[in-house]
Design a protein around this ligand. Structure first.
Ligand code: FNR
Length: 355
């Protein structure tokens, strides 16, 4: 058992491992089925070796980054994860305070345990993106789009990789049951009294396009794993994608996020006004560096900030972000990079596919 404050992401994770009840821990830490993809997401990073350049003046290096025309202090934001009151009584409120203090982006899940309205009220100037799904009934999706506009969210993130509820045997075995309510979805019950979020297995690119055409907010597609879907997101008017396999929580057996990123940048040439972000398996600044080097403009972390939230609320989330930022800043110096823009393919070595 840890006796002092965690100073690495791994220590935050270990703290959660030692204290969370099994069912909750599995829900947070594991992926789906046998965890092939959740494990591969992390393991993929070890295939990418960092190549430094020495005797470069790095005294003025900076981790600053520009995303959708706005400036942030470092290229790591918080991915959407549902029901954060599971990990700390303040839930999403603590998280938005932390990302606001760190000057980075928080994506707020539609499955949050705090209303979008209350998060916006808590941090009106924080950069927050609204994550939604495409509902079978498009008018519900459009209501959320109007809400994002009214509450001054900076972008809408449409998650496309959850059309079907995954099999998570370990959650069944250990009787995982949520104590918290998806408050944003309370008003949307279907005829059987089930919440509508389980009803988007009908969604198509045409429906996404309708959403994109209905708003001036940038729309980002989350869950892209192929050059094919990247091209479709672009063709339908999205302003960017998050290369992601949902932290290995959907298709167990899916390609790792990092391999997918590598495939996408190799086979879908960069387009002006179309940005590529990444999530999945990042557990340190060196992983941020690797994803940037392969071609991500910005990355998100899902589980690490939740380990921080569980440990100490806002402070824990801030610490996790600080660790990633300072590890990245150190590595920029060690590799001879003065900015995150400079971090490109020549700073890594790897074979694709990874095995
Ligand atoms: C998620 N993720 C997720 N994604 C999403 O679009 N909407 C959601 O509500 C959730 N909920 C959720 C809950 C939990 C507990 C986890 C761990 C993940 C996926 C998340 O946004 C992200 O894609 C992954 O977590 C990234 O992988 P890492 O950083 O956790 O390895």
């Amino acid at each position: 058992v840890l006796t002092c404050e965690p100073i690495t992401i791994e220590e935050y994770e270990n703290y959660a491992k030692e204290r969370l009840p099994l069912a909750s821990l599995e829900y947070l830490q594991r992926g789906a089925d046998r965890d092939f993809t959740a494990k591969r997401n992390c393991a993929a990073f070890s295939k990418v070796k960092v190549i430094p350049r020495y005797l470069v003046d790095v005294s003025n290096r900076s981790t600053k980054v520009e995303v959708l025309g706005k400036h942030f202090d470092f290229p790591v934001g918080v991915a959407p994860t549902g029901l954060q009151k599971r990990w700390h009584p303040e839930g999403e409120i603590a998280t938005i305070r932390a990302t606001n203090a760190a000057n980075t982006i928080a994506i707020v899940s539609i499955a949050s345990s705090v209303l979008y309205e209350d998060i916006a009220k808590e941090a009106p100037d924080a950069e927050k993106w609204m994550q939604i799904f495409l509902f079978e009934n498009n008018s519900i999706t459009l209501e959320f789009v109007r809400k994002a506009e009214d509450l001054r969210f900076g972008a809408i993130v449409v998650t496309i990789d959850m059309s079907v509820t995954p099999l998570r045997y370990f959650n069944t075995r250990n009787k995982w049951k949520d104590q918290h309510v998806m408050v944003n979805l309370e008003n949307y019950l279907d005829d059987d009294g089930n919440r509508q979020q389980f009803k988007y297995h009908y969604a198509t690119w045409a429906q996404l396009q309708e959403i994109i055409n209905s708003t001036k907010l940038p729309v980002i597609v989350k869950g892209v794993l192929t050059p094919h879907d990247a091209a479709l997101a672009y063709a339908n008017g999205a302003k960017g994608i998050i290369v992601s396999n949902h932290g290995g929580r959907q298709i167990d057996g899916a390609i790792s996020s990092l391999e997918a990123l590598s495939d996408i940048v190799a086979n879908f040439p960069p387009r002006k006004g179309f940005e590529i972000y990444f999530d999945g398996g990042i557990r340190g600044g060196v992983d941020v560096f690797r994803a940037l080097a392969i071609g991500a403009k910005f990355v998100f972390v899902g589980r690490p900030p939740m380990y921080g939230l569980f440990h100490s609320g806002q402070q824990g989330v801030e610490n996790v972000l600080k660790i990633l930022r300072s590890e990245l800043e150190t590595l920029l110096g060690q590799t001879g990079c003065n900015s995150v823009k400079e971090v490109g393919m020549s700073f890594v070595s790897f074979k694709f596919p990874f095995e």
